[in-house]
Design a protein around this ligand. Structure first.
Ligand code: DAH
Length: 355
């Protein structure tokens, strides 16, 4: 066997053993590269006598052709192997359980805010908002709450500075003042929002939510207040027959003032609203005190009206049977999974409303 044939067989057996495209590329360079063994052999042709040249050139061309064919075959092999491997690795196991994906849930308080907003929007209330950090003037003084009123006490109110003129609002009522100062009557607004008091137990949390209502116009009387609240309670709890009780009370910013209780009973461990002989307080209300209207320059000879303040977290607890208020704000995702609402879960009686 000639020397050339030996080299060729050597290379062929090397190529046979190759397992990846990179090694194959290296071998190609070793053979056909600028200093590759065949390239050098071809170069040598020039120095040979003419009679030898032809025979050697024939041999070299043959070697070139054989090696090229062999390399091409190997390239195809390697690429087929790669595809086979890929198919094997990427095989879809249709017996594996499907991948679950989680959508977020709407917090019960957000859900209730949406619901009450829709209900009051239907009867002409628009939505206002105010800041959580308030001045004592808007939170107390303008609302006819005297300096010595217990609500102003450090035990109830989170003050933000020593001079006690900045605080976390203790109710949404200051937005009544802000709204009336910035425009002219009539006013018909609701104000959902966060409120703060130093208080914490099963039904009180230091941060909670209220909905304020204010309706000021000519000839608005207590009958309108009752009608409005009846309408709201019926719609919110989705019951026709409601038992509501107006109990005389006191608020500095209303005269007369009342608290509203709603009748309920516990049946099979579940709360039933609207029947039974138990009462639960859900809101405070009254006819807006003339001093409040004077503070915001509303003419009390021409205008009067009512206001109310509802505890939104309480409403959520009652309607959706949640018994510990503190869990609302613990951000436990399991709790939210259980009590939360699907984003498109609009209760039937609000369907068709533009929201
Ligand atoms: N601001 C009162 C509270 O937090 C609730 C309230 C009572 C609001 C009577 C009102 C009202 O607007 O008229 O307890």
């Amino acid at each position: 066997m000639s020397k050339l044939d030996n080299r060729k067989t050597e290379y062929i057996s090397k190529i046979e053993k190759i397992k990846n495209p990179l090694d194959l590329d290296n071998i190609k360079t070793e053979i056909f590269g600028k200093n590759g063994f065949l390239t050098l052999e071809f170069k040598k042709l020039g120095n040979l006598p003419a009679e030898e040249k032809k025979a050697i050139a024939l041999q070299l061309n043959k070697a070139k052709e054989d090696l090229t064919n062999f390399i091409n075959k190997k390239t195809l092999d390697l690429s087929n192997k790669e595809i086979d491997q890929k198919l094997k690795n990427e095989k879809i196991d249709i017996t594996l359980p499907g991948r679950t994906y989680f959508t977020g849930k709407i917090h019960p308080v957000s859900q209730v805010i949406d619901e009450v907003t829709s209900i009051f929007a239907e009867i002409g209330f628009s939505v206002e908002e105010g800041p959580d950090v308030e001045s004592e003037y808007y939170n107390f003084s303008a609302l006819n709450t005297p300096e010595n009123h217990p609500a102003r006490d450090m035990q109830d109110t989170f003050y933000l500075n020593h001079s006690k003129d900045l605080l976390l609002r203790t109710h949404t009522s200051p937005v009544q003042i802000r709204t009336m100062l910035k425009s002219k009557p009539p006013f018909k607004i609701i104000v959902p929002g966060r409120t703060y008091r130093c208080d914490s137990d099963q039904t009180h949390s230091p941060m909670f939510h209220q909905l304020e209502g204010l309706h000021i116009d000519e000839n608005v009387n207590m009958g309108h207040l009752k009608g409005c609240l009846y309408y709201f309670v019926k719609k919110f709890f989705e019951i026709e027959k409601v038992k509501i009780r107006f109990r005389p009370s006191h608020f500095p910013f209303t005269e007369p003032s009342a608290e509203v209780d709603i009748g309920y009973k516990i049946k099979n461990g579940q709360i039933k609203i609207g029947e039974g002989d138990k009462w639960l307080e859900i809101l405070g209300c009254g006819m807006v005190h003339p001093n409040v209207l004077k503070n915001v320059k509303v003419n009390t000879k021409q205008y009067q009206g009512y206001a109310f303040g509802v505890g939104l977290d309480r409403l959520a607890m009652l309607k959706y049977g949640i018994n510990d208020l503190r869990a609302f704000f613990e951000s436990d995702i399991r709790w939210l999974e259980f009590y939360g609402f699907d984003p498109l879960d609009v209760p039937t009686n609000y369907r068709g409303l533009s929201r």
